[in-house]
Structures are given as structure tokens and as C-alpha cells.
Design a protein around this ligand. Structure first.
Ligand code: CAA
Length: 384
């Protein structure tokens, strides 16, 4: 067993670290305060080739492995999780989903641009539309309908909590075609933003990842050509579950990055801040917190890399990705809270960054399946 990163992995890690320091750190507090979508950052990320890192070069992607993706997500999330969630959705839910299950025509028409994050020099990214007002964790209860009209589907319904909601050009929409067949009646359709009947809701005013663009999207009698269905009739729910298994590696890595970001700030502060006649790092109460943070982060990192490795080895990574997601997100939340505590009053103000990391950490326990959903997935495998 070899725990060392290859030279190529180290290069990708460094490129992501430099990008985060040089492009994401400046203005991160203002973007959070003003809920400003990091458009220039995403554009530069696209130019770096990070919006479709794992897509085959034949479809315009970087041809990198999942380990590289984990490393890049970790580095960017240390600084700005609003940038990394946009990157994660495009990479693992949109590009991977179309590459794994789309037709050659869909790949040529959509993936070749989505993998670059650009089309005609404009930002071109995707959004994953599964959640609804009444279907979050309970994702089989889709109320959005895709009525089979012969050579097209008629799409009606409302989707909620959509990352990249107003920025995305292309949506992967899960909708019910055969309600009597429940999860086996759901289809995934590729829908373009500009089509008649598509309405984008207002941006949500969120606790964390405030720069990221989260909206609802409504569909009223949208005509979707049959050739835009991904996979066979009724494959939509399995498509969503298989795609989310990879997406959870991305969110686990995002959580890992947030945890490391908070830990590094707390460590630096503990070395500088004096109280009771010495730097606070000399107090055992602080040392124990730092030791626990470092230990949990190391465990989370190993879980993320293990899940990525299993995906790269073409093994079933569903169990590993849910473990990585639940553990990393809980580590991010706990570590960020402790990092604020170590900073004392300074942790409660924006200039020190840890309060933002604490707010950003929370969503990693909720999106792409709550911690409770991950435990359902893990225990189902155990009880098989
Ligand atoms: N691969 C293939 N098939 C799968 C599967 C998988 N990974 N997981 C489930 N299925 C199949 C099941 O085998 C089952 O088929 P059968 O009926 O033939 O047995 C069918 O799908 C239905 O599955 P379940 O019975 O397991 O469904 P359930 O209602 O019990 O739900 C669940 C299971 C795990 C809770 C699931 O609904 C779930 O993952 N919910 C969370 C949804 C989620 O993650 N939402 C995130 C939204 S996207 C997002 O957040 C992106 C973003 O913008 C950041």
C-alpha cells in the first residue's frame, strides 16, 4: 500500500492551491456578504481545465482521475466553498452523468462544452434538478412530471435548492413519467435554460456558501425532445443515485477542505495569540482541540481518497462515498466550531474567516444527501 501522491497528483494539488490563494482568497469575504456569484473565479477554473477534470479528452475533459478531483476540491474548499460547490456539481453530477449514461449525440452536443465550462467563450455549466419542495431526502416522491407525448416529453413542475440555478445553461431534470411504477417510472431529461416554459426563481438568501447560486426552477409545458432523455425509459432514479454516489465524493472533499481551512487558521492563531502569559498553543485545552482536529481530518482524508480510489478502480464505491461524506461533513462542522472557539471573540467576526467556514460547513451535512441519508445507504449495504 502506497500513501504517497504521484508527481502528477502533486502538480494538480499545487495548481489548485495556487488558484485558491491567488484567485479565490481576494474578495472572498465581500462575495459572501454580498452573495456574489464567483463568476470570474469559475471562468478561470474552466480555463485551468478543472470544470470537467475527469471527462475523457475525447469530449474536451482533462482525463484526470478521481484522486486528482479530491485534491483539487480540498484545496479550493479551504478558501472558498462557494467556488468549489459549483465545480463539484459540474464535474461529478453533470459531466460524469452524461459521460457515463448519455448517448454519443448528447455527449457531442452538451458534454464537449460542459467539460470545458465554456461555449463560444461564455460560461457554460450545468445544474442537477432532483430536489423539489416536497422531495428532498425522499427523492422517489417526484411531483415534477414528464408526460410522454410521442416524440417529446411535456415537462411540468418545480425544482428547489438548485446549485448553479440561474447560472447554468443546461439542466439534468428528474421527472416522473409513469407514476404507477414509482422510482422505476422516473426519467432524467437534458433541458436547456432558454427553452420556452423555463422560469428561474430568485436566489436563496443562505446561511453559508452565499456566493453560490441557489434558486428554484419552474417548468410549464416545456417540450423536451425524446433524444434528450438520459438512459432507457425509467432509468432516471437509478441515474440520480449512481451519479450522486460520485457527487458525494466531491462534497466529502469539499467538507475536508473546509475542515483543513478552519484547522490551519486555528493552528496559526494558537501560535500567535497570547493569554495567561504565553501563546495559547501551550495550553493543554487548546492542544487537545488541535490534536483532535488533526486526527479527524486525517481520517476524513483517508475516507475521501479510498472512495476516489475505488471509483478509479471501477469498483462499487457507493458505500465508501457515503462513509466519506458523512464523516468529512461532520468533521468539517465540528472542526469549524472548535476553530471559532480557539479564536474566541475574533472568531466571531468576519475578518478572521473561521465564522464563514463554520457557516459553509453546515451545508455539507445537508446537500447531496443529508447525514441521515448517508447512514441509510451505509446501513443498507451492511444489512444486505
Ligand atoms: N444504484 C442503482 N440503483 C439504486 C441505487 C444505486 N446507487 N440506489 C437505489 N437504487 C434503486 C433501488 O435498488 C430501488 O430499486 P428496486 O425498487 O428495484 O429495488 C430503487 O432505486 C429505489 O431505491 P430505494 O428503495 O432505496 O429508495 P428510497 O425511497 O428508500 O430512497 C434514499 C433511498 C437513499 C433515501 C434516496 O432517496 C436518496 O439518496 N435520497 C437523497 C437524495 C439526495 O441526495 N438529494 C440531493 C439532491 S442533489 C444536490 O444536492 C446537488 C446540489 O445541488 C449540490
Amino acid at each position: 500500500m502506497n500513501f504517497e501522491l504521484t508527481e502528477e497528483h502533486q502538480m494538480i494539488q499545487k495548481a489548485a492551491r495556487d488558484f485558491a490563494q491567488n484567485e479565490c482568497l481576494p474578495g472572498v469575504i465581500e462575495r459572501d456578504e454580498q452573495q456574489k456569484f464567483p463568476k470570474e473565479q469559475i471562468r478561470k477554473l474552466a480555463e485551468l481545465g478543472f470544470m470537467g477534470m475527469m471527462v475523457s479528452p475525447a469530449y474536451g475533459g482533462g482525463g484526470m482521475d478521481t484522486i486528482s478531483y479530491v485534491l483539487a476540491m480540498e484545496e479550493i474548499s479551504k478558501i472558498d466553498a462557494s467556488v468549489s460547490v459549483c465545480m463539484s456539481v459540474n464535474n461529478s453530477l453533470i459531466c460524469w452523468g452524461i459521460e457515463a449514461f448519455g448517448t454519443e449525440e448528447q455527449k457531442q452536443k452538451y458534454l464537449t462544452h460542459l467539460s470545458r465550462g465554456l461555449k463560444n467563450d461564455e460560461l457554460y455549466i450545468g445544474a442537477f434538478l432532483l430536489s423539489e419542495p416536497g422531495a428532498g431526502s425522499d427523492a422517489t416522491s417526484q411531483q415534477t412530471t414528464a408526460q410522454d407525448m410521442g416524440d417529446y416529453y411535456l415537462l411540468n413542475g418545480t425544482k428547489n435548492w438548485i446549485t448553479n440555478g440561474s447560472t447554468a445553461s443546461v439542466y439534468l431534470v428528474m421527472a416522473q413519467t409513469h407514476p404507477e411504477q414509482k422510482s422505476h417510472g422516473i426519467n432524467t431529461l437534458i433541458v436547456e435554460k432558454g427553452w420556452p416554459g423555463v422560469t428561474i426563481g430568485t436566489k436563496e438568501n443562505k446561511m453559508g456558501i452565499r456566493g453560490s447560486d441557489t434558486t428554484s426552477i419552474m417548468f410549464t409545458d416545456v417540450k423536451v425532445p425524446k433524444e434528450n432523455r438520459v438512459g432507457e425509459d425509467g432509468f432516471g432514479f437509478r441515474f440520480a443515485m449512481k451519479t450522486l454516489a460520485g457527487g458525494r465524493i466531491g462534497i466529502a472533499s469539499q467538507a475536508l477542505g473546509i475542515a483543513i481551512g478552519a484547522f490551519e487558521l486555528a493552528l496559526k492563531y494558537a501560535k500567535e495569540r497570547k493569554a495567561f502569559g504565553t501563546e495559547i498553543m501551550h495550553h493543554q485545552a487548546i492542544q487537545f482541540k488541535l490534536a483532535d482536529m488533526a486526527t479527524k481530518i486525517e481520517a476524513a482524508r483517508l475516507l475521501c481518497l479510498k472512495a476516489a480510489w475505488e471509483k478509479d478502480q471501477k469498483q462499487d464505491y457507493t458505500y465508501a462515498s457515503s462513509m466519506a461524506k458523512v464523516y468529512s461533513s461532520e468533521t468539517a462542522m465540528w472542526t469549524a466550531i472548535e476553530a471559532v472557539q480557539i479564536h474566541g471573540g475574533y472568531g466571531f467576526v468576519k475578518e478572521y474567516h473561521v465564522e464563514r467556514l463554520m457557516r459553509d460547513a453546515k451545508i455539507t451535512q445537508i446537500y447531496e444527501g443529508t447525514s441521515e441519508v448517508q447512514r441509510i445507504v451505509i446501513s443498507r449495504t451492511l444489512l444486505q
